[in-house]
Design a protein around this ligand. Structure first.
Ligand SMILES: Cc1cc2nc3c(=O)[nH]c(=O)nc-3n(C[C@H](O)[C@H](O)[C@H](O)COP(=O)(O)O)c2cc1C
Length: 176
């Protein structure tokens, strides 16, 4: 059995970048990284880092299927999103994933950062000018602009630190 599995969903590459940073920060050769689309249940591990991109505030069916299938595992959640760069929003995204985990797993923590959206989204927002409320439009355009350089080096560094903290928790739990 693997010691660590990093499994992620990523449509445009942001979450993949964070997943690769997490994978590289794991100081153990008994590890694998996999796009959840290729997951066929043959990658059992003791510890999981599971990543997703926020899609209307939640995760994809593949991530839900993986989370729901786990029993007796240590699980850390990570992901990217473009809105609400706040701890409160990130906590909601953590919950959107952990809610699918059976109770016999241990949630070790989560890490989220912003991820850029494709330029077509900004163009789509711009084309709404005059058709939807100015305030709403300002909000989504600001969110788009704030996210457009992410994940950046700082986000990846934080993902690296997050990984070390999770591994420390795993090691500490063995000594309990
Ligand atoms: C259809 C769609 C829905 C989205 N829904 C949300 C959302 O609910 N909350 C949010 O913060 N970002 C949302 N985003 C932005 C993405 O989560 C963000 O760009 C993410 O970094 C994409 O990750 P990826 O490159 O790994 O696919 C959405 C993007 C798309 C295309």
């Amino acid at each position: 059995m693997l010691k660590y599995l990093v499994a992620y969903a990523s449509e445009t590459g942001n979450t993949k970048k964070v997943a690769e940073e997490i994978y590289n920060a794991i100081p153990d050769s008994r590890k694998e990284i996999i796009n959840v689309r290729s997951f066929v249940g043959l990658h059992e591990a003791e510890n999981y880092f599971i990543g997703y991109w926020a899609n209307f505030g939640t995760c994809s069916m593949e991530i839900i299927d993986l989370l729901s299938s786990l029993h007796g595992k240590n699980v850390a959640i990570f992901g990217t999103c473009s809105l609400g760069n706040t701890e409160t929003y990130y906590k909601k995204l953590e919950l959107a994933a952990t809610t699918w985990l059976p109770d016999d797993n241990t949630v070790l923590g989560s890490y989220f950062c912003q991820g850029r959206m494709p330029i077509e989204f900004r163009q789509k927002y711009e084309s709404c000018r005059g058709k939807c409320s100015d305030e709403q439009l300002k909000m989504v355009i600001e969110a788009y602009d704030n996210a457009k350089t992410h994940p950046d080096r700082q986000d990846l560094l934080k993902a690296n630190v997050f990984t070390s903290e999770i591994i420390k928790k795993i090691e500490a739990s063995k000594n309990d």
